[in-house]
Design a protein around this ligand. Structure first.
Ligand SMILES: Cc1cc2nc3c(=O)[nH]c(=O)nc-3n(C[C@H](O)[C@H](O)[C@H](O)COP(=O)(O)OP(=O)(O)OC[C@H]3O[C@@H](n4cnc5c(N)ncnc54)[C@H](O)[C@@H]3O)c2cc1C
Length: 589
């Protein structure tokens, strides 16, 4: 079936919905194509807050926000983009409020704010209250608010449609191909412009805070079509996932005063006394950026001070102590995460500490874009005409080597809106183009191979092997030897993937087929992570090489661009970091 819209927005998370909403303001004919029902998108799982220097609780300035983000990124973030993020965050949050988002309030009725990791006053002096929040359901409120606005503005939704390919002709994008879950039918969405807001890829790893649907589809689809991906080596591990499950315990828990404790510190539970982070980051302590806290936890475990002593990451953990906060703060400001602790670990956070361990959380890398969301086709910053991206699938790059908490929710609304504005400009002169007779042939061939193959490989087996090798060899700490092993294993798994066959032959709701397709995407993404991490012989932000422990600004103050050359070959190129106001310095907190 063929559909025709001025603009196709792929993904109904915060980035996609913010983009679609803006486009309807301009009276364009817009369709949102999403593999999930919109309000099931991962944005809805975001807990802690959205950062903006509103200064409603204490003095704050966008320039402080900019500095913290630059420093948090370990100086790899592009400072022109970060300045836009920090400046436009204020208006973007007020706009969400006007759309009806029920933020928590101060006594005077202003939007309430709380501290978060890496956010400071006066260029690093002390933590500052910058995270605007709606209890620990901030993302849920953002997603529902934006969805309501889109429905009001009559955005057309195609839900449970899986986009599997881009229609590209001479580096110009004219639409997408999607698989309809309910019928098994392939649809051609022809358009003048396409926006990708497909989110991250946390499911590459065995322990992750990410929803099942986060399989890196947007990145893999573009990579297969020969477009580059940027900074894929930078994967954020959030320090506090529920033990073994990876379900997130928001940084808001430490923002409200939670403290990490090792086995030598058990007597201090409930006292509010400093824990081991005080020695690692004397100024901000437990509110250091996530890369530092995750490494500190691994170091404690390695030194035998994990709660269970030394061991592998699956069996070792440390405690997050909220007991001293009291029942009122825990129940009113952190209701969801305390519910998770009770439900999944049978732990009562009012009385006992929560067992936590680092969990794969956020993709700093992705589709390279300029500050208006235009996807770039090379490191020289030439855009692909008619293709835009924002949010976790994209790399603009505001997060550099390490994202600060609360900055992704800002990213999706600020850059989702900016992309839409540039798309409107582009649409003024854009036309529908004749497309090939059979644009879905590539996808149809792939589905046919999976459904009619005779190989014996199983999706679940390959996925498990990939997740386990990526977690243990390409995780918080990395070495050349480990990364080489991850790379080889992933390449071997990609070969074995050719022998996957789907047993379910039905057309309706064939989730086995969808999982097989998603595994193909995950394997491509895992491959780019391992390859890019092998190349970068330094430690910066979330990329921590035991064999190259120092940051090397001389050689590596640049963005990695990886591009597919063949079934097991990639090529690299590099793009300089944009530095405007803040020269790189050692990161001390
Ligand atoms: C548990 C958790 C808590 C978090 N807390 C915070 C926080 O407090 N503050 C903060 O700033 N950030 C937080 N983050 C990060 C932040 O929520 C995400 O980075 C952000 O919401 C991503 O938004 P997005 O619009 O880019 O993608 P998503 O919200 O992930 O949406 C992706 C969309 O793309 C669609 N899609 C994907 N693939 C396809 C395909 N092939 N075809 C069609 N549609 C497709 C999906 O259906 C979905 O609608 C958190 C993340 C997690 C996992």
């Amino acid at each position: 079936m063929i559909h025709k819209f001025d603009a196709i927005v792929v993904g109904a998370g915060g980035a996609g919905l913010r983009c679609a909403l803006e486009l309807t303001e301009q009276n364009y004919n817009v369709a949102v194509v999403s593999k999930l029902y919109p309000v099931r998108s991962h944005t809805g799982a975001a807990q802690g807050g959205i950062g903006a220097a509103l200064g409603s609780e204490e003095e704050d300035h966008p320039e402080w926000h900019m500095f913290d983000t630059v420093k948090g990124s370990d100086y790899l973030g592009d400072q022109d983009a970060i300045e836009i993020l920090a400046n436009e965050a204020v208006e973007a949050v007020m706009e969400l409020e006007h759309f009806g988002l029920p933020f928590n309030r101060t006594k005077e009725g202003k939007i309430a704010q709380r501290p978060f990791g890496g956010h400071t006053r006066a260029f690093g002096e002390a933590p500052v209250k910058r995270a605007c929040y709606a209890a620990d359901r901030t993302g849920h409120m953002i997603l529902h608010t934006l969805f309501e606005q889109c429905v009001k503005n009559k955005v057309r939704f195609f839900n449970e449609f899986y986009v599997l390919d881009l229609i590209l002709k001479d580096d110009v994008c004219f639409g997408v191909i999607a698989y309809e879950l309910a019928t098994g039918e392939l649809h051609v969405f022809q358009s003048k412009v396409v926006f990708l807001g497909t989110g991250g890829y946390g499911r590459v790893f065995s322990i992750t805070s990410n929803a099942h649907a986060l399989t890196g589809d947007g990145m893999a689809i573009a990579f297969r079509r020969g477009l580059p991906l940027e900074d894929m080596e930078f994967v954020q591990f959030h320090p506090t996932g529920l033990r073994k499950l990876g379900i997130l315990v928001s940084e808001a828990a430490r923002g409200e005063g939670g403290i990490l404790r090792n086995r030598e510190d058990l007597d201090n539970i409930g006292t509010g006394k400093d824990g081991f982070m005080a020695a690692v980051a004397p100024t901000v302590k437990d509110l250091a950026p996530r890369d530092m806290v995750s490494r500190a936890i691994y170091n404690e475990i390695k030194a035998g001070r994990g709660i269970m002593g030394t061991g592998d990451t699956g069996s070792d953990y440390i405690y997050l102590d909220l007991v001293h906060l009291g029942a009122k703060v825990i129940n009113e400001k952190l209701p969801d995460i305390s519910h998770f602790a009770r439900k999944y670990l049978a732990v009562e956070p009012i009385k006992e500490p929560i067992p936590v361990q680092p969990t794969a959380h956020y993709a700093m890398g992705g589709l390279p874009t300029d500050n208006d969301g235009r996807v770039l086709k090379d490191a020289a910053a030439n855009p692909v005409e008619g293709l835009y991206a924002a949010g976790e699938v994209a790399c603009v790059s505001v997060h550099g080597a390490n994202r600060l908490g609360t900055n992704s929710l800002v990213d999706i609304v600020v850059f989702g809106r900016r992309a839409a504005r540039d798309m409107s400009r582009y649409l003024k002169d854009a036309e529908f183009e004749e497309i090939d007779a059979d644009p879905e042939a590539f996808v149809a061939g792939e589905i046919d191979r999976l459904k009619n193959g005779s190989g014996n490989e199983k999706v679940a087996d390959l996925r498990k092997e990939m997740q386990s090798v990526m977690m243990s060899k390409s995780g918080v700490y990395r070495t050349e030897e480990n990364l080489e092993e991850a790379r080889k294993t992933v390449l071997e798994l990609r070969r074995r993937y050719q022998q996957v066959s789907v047993k379910d032959s039905s057309l309706y709701f064939n989730t086995e087929l969808v999982e097989a397709i998603e595994l193909g995407h995950l394997l491509d993404v895992a491959w780019t992570i391992a390859e890019s991490a092998l190349q970068r012989t330094e430690s910066r932000g979330a990329h921590s090489r035991v064999d190259y422990p120092d940051r090397d600004d001389k050689q590596w103050l640049k963005h990695t661009f990886i591009r597919k050359l063949g079934d097991d070959k990639v090529e690299f190129d590099y793009k300089p970091v944009v530095i405007t106001k803040f020269q790189p310095k050692p990161r001390v907190y």
